[in-house]
Design a protein around this ligand. Sequence first.
Ligand SMILES: NC(=O)c1ccc[n+]([C@@H]2O[C@H](COP(=O)([O-])OP(=O)(O)OC[C@H]3O[C@@H](n4cnc5c(N)ncnc54)[C@H](OP(=O)(O)O)[C@@H]3O)[C@@H](O)[C@H]2O)c1
Length: 258
Amino acid sequence: MNTTLITGASSGIGAAFARKLAARGRNVFLVARSEDKLIALCNELGRLTSIRAQYLALDLRHPNAGAQLFEETKKRELEIDMLINNAGFGSMGDFVKLDLNHELEMIQLNISALVDLTQRFLGPMRDRNRGTIINVASTAGFQAVPYMATYAATKAFVLSFSEALWEENRAHGVHVMALCPGVTETNFFEAAGIDRPPMRTIQTPEEVVETALRALRREKSTVISGWTNLLTVEAERFFPRSFVTKVAGKALRSRFEE
Ligand SMILES: NC(=O)c1ccc[n+]([C@@H]2O[C@H](COP(=O)([O-])OP(=O)(O)OC[C@H]3O[C@@H](n4cnc5c(N)ncnc54)[C@H](OP(=O)(O)O)[C@@H]3O)[C@@H](O)[C@H]2O)c1
């Protein structure tokens, strides 16, 4: 059964992808830790559409989670022709004072799990000469972000990794794309224990998903969601990287240093 696998599908951008793709007639396989939310979403999608919505409650920080998830799709005889690597979290603060385990777990989820799932599902897609992988990066991946150092670096990895795989795979029928949202109205900030930045340009998860699906049709390697976010990233290219880093650091320094 042709199915889209979405990680981090219990809320925010992942749940918005699930609703939008189900409405377009795609079967979905939803993964996150919160079983109650996944059951509720599968029930909602089952009521509204004729597609098959399934879930697996799984903590993707565990090193063997990718293998477990891949085996589960084989057991359920799902043909994953679209993978959306969306699960991720962030943290904020003076790096030296942050919980090291939490930072390492972020690398495990935002980077290692994404690389693991990408390789496992890319192989069968290449064999079929058909498939799509969306890796959720961030506008934070285009520059260093002081006081969000690890998070921004994980997203820089996702961006670079996805662009490289876009080029490696486009002649093989597989489209790999990095999706770069800016500040989006989701549980992200609450999960990270930080206040949402006071910006006027906050997008909804539905707007981010619309942008991603439009960009897929245009076979783009990377898409930045939101005009203001796009203009900000483009404008930063005209300044030395150290200047951009200093400006970003200045905006947050007073919150984290006495
Ligand atoms: N919101 C923004 O401003 C923003 C901006 C740029 C990029 N992004 C990126 O967008 C992606 C989605 O985040 P969001 O904004 O939609 O935030 P969100 O509402 O907090 O969603 C995060 C999702 O990841 C899942 N998740 C977290 N830890 C997990 C784990 N260990 N194993 C499996 N699933 C896990 C969460 O579900 P459970 O808690 O149930 O596991 C949830 O479904 C992330 O990669 C984030 O970095 C967000």
